[in-house]
Write a protein that binds this ligand. Structure first.
Ligand SMILES: [Zn+2]
Length: 414
């Protein structure tokens, strides 16, 4: 009979609450854009907690943090866990954070019972899971998997035109970006704890979701250039209105997603910015950012092609200039059946209710899946709400998630 693990949820909740105060906006709003002052301060706090937990720290050239607990079998690849602490503007305090601070508490719980890992355990805090600064998500894990070309990295710009090199200097990060790429076999497995960001677990009153599949995300950026002019003076037949072309394209996104043939295709035009943005002026420029995802890459890619063709047709008909950029087109990920079964068994043994499910949001696990066997542990969040200040997961729910993570790490690292 192995010693049961105990999670100190009081301490963990305190750490979650106090990290939430490190934000670019007053509470309860959490905003931590990549390498902002708040993001850097939050990273420093997490590094302190890792050191206190006796972990050895390493940071790579793009700021991914690795906190290492050495195992007795040094030749065996480490078991990894982790998530992110960056947050989109106006977000809440649990997305990503539960998987980082929860993993630190899981490691402390293992230490408290005197556990000594055979395989090393490594906590990873990924850089820029959220696409806040450069419009591309999972920057850190994407680079770890070698899934971002050098030219693409060099072309990244934020809304003020600053590149990654500028922000690396701000964050005091040096080193060759090529070195971020991990060698194959660097990890023996990766398990990420995360809030569900969907309503299923709460609806079914279940404590844990075990992720079998992660939908593949893609996104497009379209710059439309029309002809502006006075809203009174330019007559209708003479117009090349960038907004109207953008609006037609947004409707084409909806149509492509609805008619793809897969129930999992979802398409969203989340950004439509026009210039000059005055009531008496014909919009001369429009910027659209489109997100399209699916668990099936075939139907997703067909819908993507349909949207691109519609954009070209619309702009041609309306005499609008079009610059179309595929920001990312990522494959869906299949989780490792062995890891999914292991966590199922852990839940049974701990008498915690669970089910298997699909993650429709993407996570760093999507890219870790290219390097090692992966899965995710989901816990319910109130109303399925996320990316909002009222995002909430109860202490009991967090405690169960961290317990399942800790027990999983014990079995994997033994
Ligand atoms: Zn997240």
């Amino acid at each position: 009979m192995t010693t049961p693990l105990k999670i100190d949820i009081g301490r963990l909740q305190g750490e979650i609450d106090s990290l939430a105060l490190i934000s670019e906006n007053p509470p309860p709003v959490v905003t931590r854009v990549l390498f902002s002052e708040a993001d850097l301060a939050a990273r420093a706090r997490v590094k302190d907690l890792c050191r206190e937990a006796g972990l050895a720290l390493r940071e790579d050239a793009v700021g991914n943090i690795f906190a290492h607990w050495e195992g007795t079998r040094r030749a065996a690849p480490a078991i990894a866990t982790g998530s992110h602490i960056d947050a989109i503007p106006n977000a809440g305090k649990y997305d990503g954070v539960v998987g980082v601070l929860g993993a630190i508490e899981a490691i402390r719980a293992l230490r408290r019972i005197g556990f000594q890992p055979g395989r090393a355990i490594e906590l990873i805090v990924f850089t820029a899971e959220e696409p806040t600064r450069f419009g591309i998500g999972c920057l850190g894990s994407r680079m770890m998997a070698g899934a971002l070309a050098r030219e693409k990295i060099a072309s990244l710009r934020d809304s003020d035109g600053r590149d990654l090199e500028f922000w690396r200097r701000q964050a005091a990060l040096g080193g060759d970006l090529d070195s971020v790429r991990l060698r194959d076999g660097a990890f023996g497995g990766f398990v990420e704890l995360h809030i569900e960001q969907g309503p299923m677990l709460e609806r079914e009153n279940l404590a844990i979701g075990i992720v079998e599949k992660i939908a593949g995300p893609s996104s497009l950026r379209l710059r439309l250039t029309g002809v502006g002019g006075h809203a009174g003076a330019v007559l209708m037949p003479e117009r090349h209105d960038a907004l109207l072309a953008g609006a037609e394209i947004a409707l084409a996104v909806e149509k492509a997603a609805l008619s793809s043939g897969s129930p999992d295709t979802v398409g969203t035009t989340g950004v439509l910015r026009i210039e000059p943005g005055a009531v008496n002026s014909v919009p001369c420029r429009a910027l659209l950012e489109i997100d399209l995802r699916d668990t099936n890459p075939v139907t997703r890619d067909a819908a993507l092609a349909q949207i691109e063709a519609a954009a070209e047709r619309t702009c041609h008909q309306r005499g609008i200039g079009l610059e179309l950029e595929r920001v990312n087109v990522d494959a869906p990920a299949l989780c490792d059946p062995g890891l999914v079964e292991l966590i199922s068994r852990v839940c049974q043994d701990l008498e915690v209710s669970s089910r298997k499910l699909i993650s429709r949001a993407y996570h760093d696990t999507l890219f870790m899946a290219r390097m090692c066997p992966v899965t995710m542990i989901f816990i319910p969040c109130r109303g399925g709400v996320s990316h909002r200040p009222d995002e909430y997961a109860g202490p009991e729910q967090i405690q169960k998630g961290v317990l399942v993570l800790a027990e999983t790490l014990r079995r994997l690292a033994e």
